[in-house]
Design a binder for this molecule. Structure first.
Ligand SMILES: Nc1ncnc2c1ncn2[C@@H]1O[C@H](COP(=O)(O)OP(=O)(O)O)[C@@H](O)[C@H]1O
Ligand SMILES: [Mg+2]
Length: 248
């Protein structure tokens, strides 16, 4: 029986904190746990999942929206990773200007159980503009990436605050990335949770801590998947831990 997939959006407010890399690696980790995964490039301004993976998809989300190609034909299977990718369209501005109805149409497509996915991962763009908020609000689970840097923390807090306003009962959890150690990452989480508890009266859970790891840059530079290129390194273990908790 087909069932509706769970949609998981990855946001951060601030750019450059590892959203795209984390979304890709989480998609891979979930696939390795036996889940059928679609990775959806929801960065409407600067789509770049395909670039980070060195892929040249024949179609992208724009073609689906314009009705030239079906979702099933527009997705591309990652050759080694085993998960599907729906590429975004970078720089065209066409998607950034999406009207709300088209945006809902795009979001509804992979949710359809007939598509056969267990998890749909949405890599969101930076910022807290309306399309980002809408996509975050449409997801079943929002993962908010933060690092220990003050600017990242304040941006992550802003994302959590707006999501709370958009989805008062929504499920939002924190991922600390670039953590020097697991313990340091947990302290970053506690600081952010405290701010949410004091000012927003809710306590987001911890989805996990991902440590800073030089091998991540190597994998990204070579346009390869971390779990394939450097299995067992700290960040690989950490993302696998996040994935297994999400599946448990
Ligand atoms: N845990 C980590 N350790 C080391 N480098 C990382 C880690 N996470 C991300 N990076 C690096 O940060 C860069 C920016 O990540 P990216 O996913 O493009 O960020 P965003 O999508 O948030 O703008 C990546 O190219 C990668 O090299
Ligand atoms: Mg990105």
């Amino acid at each position: 029986m087909p069932h509706d997939p769970r949609t998981i959006a990855v946001a951060s407010g601030k750019g450059g904190v590892g959203k795209t890399w984390f979304a890709i690696t989480l998609a891979h980790a979930l696939t390795r746990l036996g889940r059928r995964v679609l990775l959806f490039d929801g960065d409407l301004g600067l789509a770049n999942i395909d670039v980070q993976l060195g892929l040249m998809p024949a179609h992208d989300i724009g073609g689906v929206l314009e009705g030239r190609v079906s979702l099933a034909d527009a997705v591309m299977r990652h050759p080694g990773g085993g998960f599907d990718i729906l590429a975004g369209r970078s720089g065209s501005g066409a998607l950034a200007a999406l009207d709300p109805a088209s945006l809902e149409t795009v979001l509804a497509m992979p949710r359809n159980g007939a598509a056969g996915y267990d998890d749909v991962l949405l890599d969101l763009g930076a910022g807290v503009e309306r399309p980002v908020r809408r996509m975050a609000a449409a997801a079943d689970l929002l993962l908010v990436l933060a690092t220990e840097e003050p600017t990242s923390l304040t941006d992550a807090y802003a994302v959590l605050k707006l999501h709370r306003a958009d989805r008062p009962l929504g499920d939002s959890r924190i991922v600390v990335n670039f953590a020097p150690t697991q313990a340091a990452g947990e302290r970053t989480y506690v600081a952010l949770r405290r701010a949410c508890s004091t000012f927003l009266r809710f306590e987001p859970g911890l989805a996990g801590v991902v440590r800073r790891e030089d091998k991540v840059r190597d994998a990204v530079r070579r346009q390869t998947l971390l779990l394939t290129r450097h299995p067992g390194c700290t960040a690989a273990e950490d993302v696998e831990e996040v994935a297994s908790r999400l599946v448990a």
